[in-house]
Design a protein around this ligand. Structure first.
Ligand code: NDP
Length: 279
């Protein structure tokens, strides 16, 4: 029986810590402000934006949604970002991705001031993460590290395997484990024997986007299992990348889906916005 890494409870704890620090910052006349740009009417993006606004209200931030039509041009979008970059009441800016075509995600990320880039997607912030001199970390890998820390799990001296190499999850995840002295292997769709690599992991992080890809035979008994995946199974039920029912009895710690890494992502966004405001 594994110990559950409860992201829902940990995220609530982090939000209450952020709320306390926000109250102290407000006494100095600073209210952290987060601007969220939403272009078009993708239903999933709408849910994510609403959740972020709700979290902002809970911790006492000012939040502003800039909802733009799908017909917005690249120039119009960049000028919105430019205006937000110059506003003193806005400390964090994020643009909900993916953008409707033909808008260019990369150009928008590049236009956000690195000091207000609370998603930590800008090349300057990505570079700082490589150097280990960061102010912001991308929210999902930061949330995973926070879950590990608060459970007293250290990557130091451990074999860590990250499955997935995206810029927003897999690569920064590997870098953070490396900074904390894990010995890290990154797997991807061209890894020849994924199961054999996973079986070496003391800490296994799955960030793939394939329902139940990680099965019990791929686990070293006693491993810590972190499931970043958010997928729908054949019945439309939310599930992770890990075959939870069969993996959980073998693991020492495991994150559930839902209620694991997901809630941590928004909690870390609140933390980053507080940091951007000087809190
Ligand atoms: P991407 O699609 O950008 O990346 C997926 C990665 O998985 C790629 O590196 C890909 O390899 C690799 N991959 C795909 N198939 C396999 C396979 N069969 N074996 C090994 N590796 C494979 O996804 P993201 O990183 O953006 O997201 C990953 C998952 O995490 C998704 O389910 C997403 O919904 C979820 N997510 C959850 C968040 C949360 O808050 N909980 C936040 C962000 C994402 P290659 O590079 O070779 O193509």
């Amino acid at each position: 029986m594994a110990i559950i890494l409860d992201g829902k409870a940990t995220a609530a704890q982090i939000r209450s810590e952020v709320a306390a620090k926000t109250a102290a910052l407000k006494e100095k006349g600073i209210t952290p402000g987060l601007a969220v740009i939403l272009v078009g009417d993708d239903p999933a993006s709408r849910i994510y934006v609403n959740n972020k606004k709700k979290a902002c209200a809970e911790v006492g931030f000012y939040s502003e949604e800039i909802a733009l039509p799908a017909t917005t041009t690249q120039e119009e979008l960049l000028s919105v970002v430019d205006e937000l970059n110059h506003r003193t009441d806005i400390h964090g800016i994020l643009c909900q991705l993916p953008l409707p075509k033909p808008l260019d995600d990369k150009a928008v990320i590049a236009a956000i001031s690195p000091e207000k880039d609370v998603d930590a997607f800008h090349a300057v912030n990505v570079g700082r993460i490589m150097l280990g001199e960061y102010r912001f970390l991308p929210c999902t890998p930061a949330g995973v590290m926070e879950l590990l820390h608060r459970a007293g799990i250290s990557p130091a001296g451990k074999t860590c395997v990250v499955v997935g190499r995206s810029n927003i999850v897999g690569k920064p995840m590997a870098m953070l484990l490396l900074h904390e002295n894990g010995t890290v292997t990154v797997c991807h769709s061209r890894t020849p024997d994924l199961a054999a690599v996973c079986r070496q992991a003391d800490i296994l992080v799955a960030a793939v986007g394939r329902a139940r890809l990680i099965t019990a035979d791929m686990l070293k008994p006693g491993a810590v299992v972190v499931d970043v995946g958010m997928n729908r199974d054949e019945n439309g039920k939310l599930c992770g990348d890990v075959d939870y029912d069969n993996v959980e009895p073998l693991a020492s710690y495991i994150t559930p889906v839902p209620g694991g890494v997901g809630p941590m992502t928004i909690a870390m966004l609140m933390q980053n916005t507080l940091t951007a405001a000087g809190g």
